[in-house]
Write a protein that binds this ligand. Sequence first.
Ligand SMILES: Nc1ncnc2c1ncn2[C@@H]1O[C@H](COP(=O)(O)OP(=O)(O)OP(=O)(O)O)[C@@H](O)[C@H]1O
Ligand SMILES: [Mg+2]
Length: 472
Amino acid sequence: MEDVSAPDDRTRERILRFKKDFHQRILDQIDRRQSLNKYELKAQVESITEKIFAREELPPFLGVTKEQFKKETFDNVLGYGPLEDLLNDPTVDDIMVVGCNKVFAEKDGKLQLTNRCFLDEQHLRTVIDRMLRVIGKAVNDLNPYADGRLEDGSRINVVVPPLALDGPMITIRKFPSNPHTMEDLIHKFGSVTQGLADFLRIAVRNRKNILVSGGSGTGKTTLLNALGNYIPHDERIVTIEDTAELKLGQPHVARMETRQPNFEGKGVVSIRDLVRNALRMRPDRIIVGECRGGEAIDMLQAMNTGHDGSLTTVHANSPEDVLLRLETMCTMAGLDIPLASIRKQIAAAVDLIVQVGRFGDGTRRVIAVTEILESKADSYALQDLFLFQRELVREDGGIEGELKPTGKVPKSFESFVQEERDQLKEIFSSNKKVKAASAKVAAEKDASYKKAEASAETARPKKDVDKEAAKK
Ligand SMILES: Nc1ncnc2c1ncn2[C@@H]1O[C@H](COP(=O)(O)OP(=O)(O)OP(=O)(O)O)[C@@H](O)[C@H]1O
Ligand SMILES: [Mg+2]
């Protein structure tokens, strides 16, 4: 990504002034007497630009060819201005704008300031209006922020003054055309080890309830998606999201998205409404994009009453933090359930917490996998199964370390068939054995799964007995 300091400040100012004047000249010459469609407008801008170029040369300090300048002019007058190229660049994941002079982009996991800027605040507002108009939204004094999904599925959030203190702000999370798979997370990013992936696959297939936890932008949804793809193809999956991001490969996926209130504040459909509705849709699995409020209690109850194998994410910084957040979310449902009972439900419902984190060098990794054993009077009995061990901080800021099994074997997996228990033992016993175990697991997994399911039905581990109690 280009460095913001490439041209000196004075040159930058001259370039910006020239571009602004040019932009204004185009706007002044557009024929506004008739309403033009997109193509007519484009043709007009093209002809005005050509006429100017026929008479005038571009000043050398711009450092671009006429063709490049023409493209930029088109983007500014008709498109999304300096965001246009970033939106089209498949290597850019996130785009963030803070006022008209600061455009940040995340590329290869690293968030950087680009040398792009809007011509002025008015230009930024015009681009915002253009982006929101396509999705039937707008920001103004009465509604100074908006949330939505662009035509290509990207998530957009806009906040304008007076709420935004340094000028209008845009946050875009681009919709990946090919979301990262578990293979990518293992081999491309080193976020997950093969041993952990094998363990999670066995856990998902055996209907364990899993929460992915992490801070903002740490890769929760990406991991949730990868886990979701482990669900067997003969199951009915219901997904519930604020903005549809999940991309599952199974044939039977029923997708739902929440609805925001309209301009009169009516028509809202929340995650909680959709979770309740999902229970009437005969789901085998429920995947909720993110639990943020009262829906947590409905999710727990669903997990405890026959919809195990459900998956969701929670915004939290550690497995302990997840449990506190869940308690708070459950109380937000306003059902007046005693805390002790909420705690019991949480412990009975949630089997595993997978904690993800974003490191200073931009990498995102699983940093802990924790099993919830049971609730206690005022806390929970937890057991860490995997922990990331930081070994070295390189000179370039990169962090070296490894996600290692702690050696503890998960307790709530007693119901598994012997074969799977053996595989788990291998995974948890030593890192060296992990590789050999995973090759064996991969070959035998599918064949053994049906057998595993049948035997899991007959065994009733302590956690299942707890679930019965929580139901009551
Ligand atoms: N393990 C990973 N390695 C590298 N990049 C990743 C990884 N996981 C996710 N990403 C990228 O990081 C960005 C954020 O990912 P994701 O949407 O999954 O995060 P999130 O925690 O769900 O974010 P939010 O809190 O906004 O919901 C995306 O652009 C995604 O492609
Ligand atoms: Mg997310």
